[in-house]
Design a protein around this ligand. Structure first.
Ligand code: NDP
Length: 249
């Protein structure tokens, strides 16, 4: 990880779960981290949990990733204050309960899942990539996908709605980014990390999938996979890591 020393990593959804753990792990591995989320109190808690010297390398920033203007402002702030972005861990994501064939009033919650899981990727990756290109360094975009971005197991997904569709879209986007990045002649990598069921605050929103899919992974397991992807030499690009706990379908 030495080549990343003092490089800037942006982590979306850093106030809980997987994002909170990877943000702390990146600081411990020598990165300067910009931790994004809407709940600033949570980000400050995570910052305080770090040792005093590491706290200075952790920058909490309020950013709703569904808000295009806010995302642009955030990356502009990073450019102005920290010199730009070298790594993006695009992690923010939500799920919502209730089947797809549901009453009309739930449509808004589905739209919110689409905005959070798909449109935020569009906004964040675009800003991060332009910054990486300017930096002329081998940047890395890590996208937190899901096993539900690859299949929709019938037995596990009876209560599922738009969430697997958004993660399937992410699978396609990762491939589109890989091709687009390479067409620009940069050496920016893109890696998709697809976990099975992880013990986080997202789980109560997963309905039947949660119960049927036990046992669990932990955010630390996902963070270790991200660190592994980042630790590969410049010529090696990990396309996809699928993580499941032993016994998980
Ligand atoms: P958590 O609910 O613990 O964390 C979600 C994070 O996303 C929070 O920090 C939340 O911060 C942030 N977030 C949500 N909406 C927004 C928004 N509009 N703007 C900014 N930040 C937002 O869940 P996980 O850690 O489990 O989820 C992280 C990722 O992992 C997601 O992409 C999820 O789909 C994926 N995943 C999770 C699995 C699981 O079983 N838990 C399995 C496979 C993939 P705040 O509310 O403060 O804004």
């Amino acid at each position: 990880m030495e080549r990343w020393l003092n490089k800037v990593a942006v982590v979306s959804g850093a106030s809980s779960g997987i994002g909170a753990v990877i943000a702390a792990d990146l600081v411990k591995n020598g990165f300067i981290v910009v931790a994004l989320a809407r709940r600033m109190d949570r980000l400050h808690e995570k910052q305080l949990a770090l040792s005093e010297d590491l706290r200075l390398r952790y920058h909490p920033r309020k950013c709703d990733v569904t808000d295009e203007a806010e995302v642009k402002n955030t990356f502009a702030w990073i450019e102005a204050n920290l010199g730009g972005t070298d790594v993006l861990v695009n992690n923010a994501g939500i799920a919502t309960k209730g089947p797809l064939l549901t009453s009309e009033h739930d449509t808004e919650s589905f739209r919110n899942v689409v905005d959070t899981n798909i449109m935020s990727v569009v906004y964040c990756v675009r800003e991060a990539f332009h910054s990486m290109k300017k930096r002329k360094f081998d940047g890395h975009v890590v996208i937190i996908n899901s096993v539900l971005g690859h299949s929709v197991p019938m037995r596990l997904a009876e209560d599922m709605n738009i969430y697997p569709a958004t993660k399937h879209a992410v699978t396609a986007m990762v491939e589109i980014y890989r091709q687009a990045f390479s067409r620009t002649g940069t050496k920016v990598k893109v890696t998709s990390i697809s976990p099975g069921i992880v013990e986080t605050e997202l789980l109560p929103h997963m309905g039947a999938y949660r119960k049927a899919g036990k046992p669990l992974l932990y955010p630390e397991d996902v963070s270790n996979a991200i660190l592994y992807a980042l630790s590969t030499p410049p010529h090696v690009q990990i396309h996809e890591l699928i993580l499941k706990s032993i016994g998980e379908e």
